[in-house]
Design a binder for this molecule. Structure first.
Ligand code: ADP
Ligand code: MG
Length: 339
């Protein structure tokens, strides 16, 4: 929560350029790709210009879900500077409002992308002409994934109700927070050393952020303010996927509470998508479920999440929560995808 006027003003002044949304979560199989693709397509059916980017360096498969042949030029060609611009690797899809930047199979080899290349990627993403740009990230907590996640302050953590998924999501966020605050101070400075040695690599397991901040405060109170300001801008969101009972939503709320308490960040709970056999059915048909089964539970949940994010149908044709009229528009969109 912002405490001072100057912090609130800063939030209001933040560039409100097109939104870059990243999807990650620590564990494989939680549904990051499914959420990226289906939220993206749902937004496209609502009249927004969407670009999906497959930034899963370990196993790019977004094009498969969309039933699009792997193209010659991919994100790795941009990262390796074989092409000048992201426009060179941008693909059309059957949907007029949706474009794709596919991930390359050789991206696995991009073990440690130089920081400069990540800055270049961010600049080029900001230049793309779209309302929302959604990045599907890989599992794990390697530096590439952490840095891609914070290309935007609007990252989504996709989690499941199982304890291992929650633990992975928590560790992922912890690594992100440490990466963020470590980067605020040059290597070799006293504060950077405290963050790395006493905080991140503490022999008893990494320190909770509020405790780390107390220690830093004793050395240099101004640095604490700087860290707090950085964390304030970071506003991750949580999606709980594959819920089998509505009561499992509390697992998500608990994760958000623990994150606030121990990592000092306010994670917004954006909602849930139920475990729904239509999701697997549609992936067998290589068809996004919001298009193939617009009336299924998981599709309704996707539109509900979008509605709760405050996004409305651009042309005012329907309310994201009133799915009957919505279904009609989606069916008309579907024509383009079935040949
Ligand atoms: N809500 C859901 N209900 C049922 N199956 C799901 C759901 N979300 C994802 N899946 C399935 O789980 C598997 C992993 O999903 P995927 O999106 O590939 O995960 P990730 O990208 O996180 O590794 C896929 O087979 C997908 O169809
Ligand atoms: Mg995936």
């Amino acid at each position: 929560m912002p405490t001072y006027d100057q912090d609130i003003i800063r939030l209001l002044q933040e560039k409100s350029y097109k939104k870059v949304w990243t999807f990650a979560g620590g564990k494989g199989g939680t549904g990051k790709t499914a959420m990226t693709a289906n939220i993206g397509i749902a937004l496209a059916t609502m009249g927004y210009h969407i670009i999906l980017v497959d930034a899963d360096l370990g196993g790019a498969n977004l094009h498969t879900i969309l039933n699009i042949k792997r193209p010659k030029l991919t994100l790795s060609d941009f990262i390796n500077r074989r092409v000048e611009s992201l426009y060179d690797v941008l693909l059309n899809t059957p949907s007029e409002n949706l474009r794709l930047i596919s991930g390359g199979s050789e991206m696995v080899g991009l073990a440690n992308i130089p920081y400069q290349s990540k800055v270049r990627l961010q600049k080029h993403l900001e230049r793309l002409d779209a309302d929302y740009i959604l990045l599907d990230l890989g599992a794990g907590t390697n530096y590439n994934t952490l840095d891609f996640f914070v290309l935007s302050n609007e990252g989504f953590v996709v989690c499941n109700p199982e304890p291992t998924a929650k633990i992975n999501a928590y560790s992922f966020l912890k690594s992100v927070v440490y990466r963020l605050i470590e980067r605020e101070f040059k290597k070799g400075t006293r504060i950077n050393e405290i963050i790395v040695n006493e905080g991140k690599n503490n022999q008893n397991g990494s320190l909770a952020i509020p405790e780390l901040l107390r220690r830093i405060y004793k050395v240099d109170p101004i640095s604490t303010t700087r860290i707090n300001r950085r964390l304030l801008r970071f506003r991750p969101k949580l999606i709980m996927n594959k819920l089998r009972r509505f009561s499992q939503e509390k697992e998500g709320v608990q994760l958000a509470q623990l994150t606030e308490k121990y990592l000092g960040i306010a994670m917004h709970y954006s909602g849930m998508v139920r475990d729904d056999p239509h999701v697997v059915d549609s992936s067998e048909h290589m068809m996004p479920f919001v298009l193939q089964f617009p009336g299924c539970g998981a599709s309704k949940d996707i539109y509900k999440i979008i509605g709760e994010l405050g996004i409305e149908d651009r042309l005012g044709r329907f309310d994201a929560n009133r799915s009957r009229r919505l279904g009609r528009y989606i069916k008309s969109e579907r024509r383009y995808w079935y040949h």
